[in-house]
Design a protein around this ligand. Structure first.
Ligand code: SF4
Length: 287
């Protein structure tokens, strides 16, 4: 039986992108290939918030559950889903039990209009090998829509591609759909362009589902970077829509630039994505 290391499992409303406003189960897998310590920092500087919290946790085992972890205003707002210091908070779960736990979060105990978001961390790391097993569990049969929230750097494995092809063909008439929400990381994240902008990888996602790009931006420079990256993706043949989304895991930061980003999206003919979990739920864990 396959297992997946799960950082969080919760039911909420999707706050971002194509399915904004849709009731959704979020499955947050553990592990990421990035750190994104540059978010919310002056260009070239890196946030120490996550590493400081991790140091405290390592020294005195300060936190016994996710809900107790502090929110950060700089760096990756999902730091506990990849920082090795917090791996003890993320249990390895067999997919049969996990599927049941997913369905138990649904308001009616069965799939109706809810969609499943597999997020991270980076959900397309090694866990690709376990998803077929998870999605084929009997209680997942009523699920119609799945989104993988990815940073767009991980190639799909041959085995997973084979499964997705079968899934697409089998489920086409049932309107079941796979979406890749690709948040490629711009230089503001602190990650180097050559490692983060991977047009070939992302274009391949379009062969197995619907894909869109979602760039997190705060400044004019970020918007220019998003436009430059969009050109690179288009040059490679990427067809899907492109969203601009304001930076801000905490409300004070988000509120500073959401309208500016919306206006920039209009100006450049791009889509705007809010991050509803911030104004609605203060981006607390489990939302
Ligand atoms: S890719 Fe996403 S989860 Fe990974 S460090 Fe960056 S923001 Fe965090």
């Amino acid at each position: 039986m396959s297992k997946i290391k799960i950082a969080e499992l919760f039911y909420s409303i999707q706050g971002e992108g194509r399915y904004m406003g849709v009731p959704s189960v979020f499955l947050r897998t553990f592990g990421c290939n990035f750190k994104c310590a540059g978010f919310g920092m002056p260009r070239g500087e890196m946030s120490h918030e996550a590493t400081d919290i991790a140091a405290t946790h390592t020294m005195i085992e300060a936190f016994t559950e996710y809900k107790a972890l502090p929110l950060v205003s700089t760096g990756c707002d999902s730091y506990a889903s990849w920082h090795p210091a917090f791996k003890d908070l993320s249990p390895m779960i067999e997919v049969d039990g996990l599927a049941k736990a997913i369905v138990e979060t649904l308001p009616f105990g069965k799939w109706r209009d809810e969609h499943l978001v597999i997020t991270g961390g980076e959900p397309l790391l090694g866990w690709q090998k376990a998803y077929p097993d998870l999605l084929e569990q009997p209680c997942m049969a009523g699920l119609k829509e799945i989104t993988f929230e990815t940073n767009g750097t991980m190639r799909l494995t041959s085995a997973f591609k084979e499964y997705l092809t079968k899934w697409k063909i089998t489920n086409h008439r049932l309107n079941r759909e796979i979406t890749f929400s690709v948040s490629s990381k711009l230089p503001a994240s602190g990650e180097p362009w050559k490692d983060a902008i991977k047009p070939k990888v992302v274009c391949d996602y379009e062969n197995y589902g619907t894909a869109y790009l979602k760039f997190v931006v705060a400044t004019e420079q970020d918007i220019e970077d998003a436009l430059k990256a969009t050109e690179e993706f288009r040059a490679e043949g990427f067809k899907g829509p492109v969203y601009l989304m304001p930076v801000g895991g905490v409300e004070s930061v988000y509120a500073l630039n959401n309208k500016t980003v919306a206006l920039a999206a209009m100006k450049h003919g791009l889509r705007y994505s809010d991050r509803l979990q911030v104004p609605l739920f203060k981006n607390e864990w489990g939302t």
